[in-house]
Design a protein around this ligand. Sequence first.
Ligand SMILES: N[C@@H](CCC[C@H](N)C(=O)O)C(=O)O
Length: 274
Amino acid sequence: MRFVKGHGTENDFVILPDPDGALDLTPDAVARLCDRRAGIGADGVLRAVRTKVAGPDAEPYSDAEWFMDYRNADGSVAEMCGNGLRVFARYLVEAGLAAPGEWDVATRAGLRRVTLGPSGDVSVGMGQVELLGPSEASLAGTVFPGERVSVGNPHLACRMDGPVAALDLSRAPGFDPAAFPDGVNVEFFRFVGERHVEMRVFERGSGETRSCGTGTVAVAAAARAGLSGAGLDVSEWTVDVPGGRVRVALDGTSGRLTGPAVLVADGETRPGWL
Ligand SMILES: N[C@@H](CCC[C@H](N)C(=O)O)C(=O)O
């Protein structure tokens, strides 16, 4: 099986080129590919498949040529992945499967428009960002009030006063399963400047990662909501994550994510390994 390895602010992915939809990608195969000791190692898998052969998840979005079939490291399926989409778009351009410019990619959360040149940062229209009300996370006995946010996938963005580096994210934060029946990605953030926050994340299905694109958009929206009088104003945010920095533009109720996307290796799994 051919693969490409890439990352966006160190949120890393195994990309599987599957233009004809020939791969039978089981949850077990995804978990083995993502295993950092016995596999290639990644936070998730991005299967690149043409929408017309991608099956029911892609059917409503057949205007787009490509479907990003995103899977978490534990093999579970997620609706969207912001960093993954930047890496996915960079892969399609570098592989000669799409031209630099602006085009839609189909995801389980709907169509997402990517903008990229022949090299450099990739920008992604992240669709509607919905603030869904308060909830809370718990970590080592401490309760963190937060905001439920949907960026196509579920998030709980918790503001804190101390540095995020002090958190122990070796275990999953607790959350209210009634509020998040399908699980949740939990972000902890702190203001470090005007419209500038630092963030760490514990991702559903992957554990702590070095960055989460949908999470940075959720955090920017929750941070804006916490500023008195900010309403739904148009604003640009800088979000620092352990793996680097991204920019988030909020415009009313929609978001745009811009940041790096880097491909680091091409390879082939050994016959019979998976
Ligand atoms: N890292 C991603 C989000 C991946 C999906 C997430 N773990 C989920 O289950 O919703 C990003 O960059 O957005």
